[in-house]
Ligand binder design. Sequence first.
Ligand code: ARG
Length: 318
Amino acid sequence: MKTHTAVALGLTFALLQAVPASAQQPRADLARTEPRILYGTAVLAGQGAWAASLRAPTLADPKTLAHVCGGSFVDPRYDATKRRVVSWSASQPRPQWLLTAAHCVVENGMKMKEADLRVVGGTLDLTSAQNGDEQEVEQIFVHPDFNADTMHNDVALLRLRPPTKDLDDTRRISIRLPTNADSHWIGKPYLALRVQGWGRTESGFQSARLLEVLIPQVDRQACRAAFEAAGEKLSEGTICAGFTSGDFDSCQGDSGGPLIYRSQSPSPSPGMGAEPTLIGVVSWGIGCGSANLYGVYTSTMAYRRWAETQVVAYYNKK
Ligand code: ARG
């Protein structure tokens, strides 16, 4: 069973850390019981300024908005004379586009209402959200072939209303998307990626602070085989990341959020990590941190063209 519900707030977990939950639970129950961005560390100032919290009414309390998913600010530069998007670089400190997962903005087969959603950016700490900035959602673009059962094409692009605050670019900035020129280094197994989010941690609760964890990209065949063994089919347009031994992973509430590459040292390859690059969008997994399974991420390389089409359509209507 794919776990893609952005809930799990306020659940209590009787499990103790001593015994790995995966050892005592049948696979189908992992989603509910395994409390494990698992084993992450706090994102430092300036290193998560593209990350945003998507807020929506919850079943428990439809009147207040709560964090349901992550998202990444992106900056499609539209050239009106050429009628196309000419770059997705990271120059926008007042971003108006958010890339997230389709399953974050689709409920019971229906696109959520724009008016119900808010996006909070500009802060790493959601308990002091007033340090950040809240934006309204003008329009939601969901991939037309998104399938909530299989999680195929799990990507959505949100057009936001302009931010109200001026925040400097260490607090809020868009993140660059890869281009075809990056394909020589993106997509290779063992690439050291980072996933960031406010989702469930190993304690079982969501995190007030933005966390990140370092995980390797996984060879596609190996990932496909691992999911086949668990009865799931890996879709095209995805990237797997994680350790065979499990533990370090994204989890519920991280969906929609950034899987990035950022270099730790001088770049070994032209273009590689000169700027932090958005590689994927948190999509699904079976439980969290399960051994012999990985996190599945929507590939930004695979969906950049789709996103460009949405941006062009948006501006052509203006
Ligand atoms: N679908 C989850 C969400 O809605 C994210 C699950 C990621 N799972 C994983 N094992 N990496 O928040």
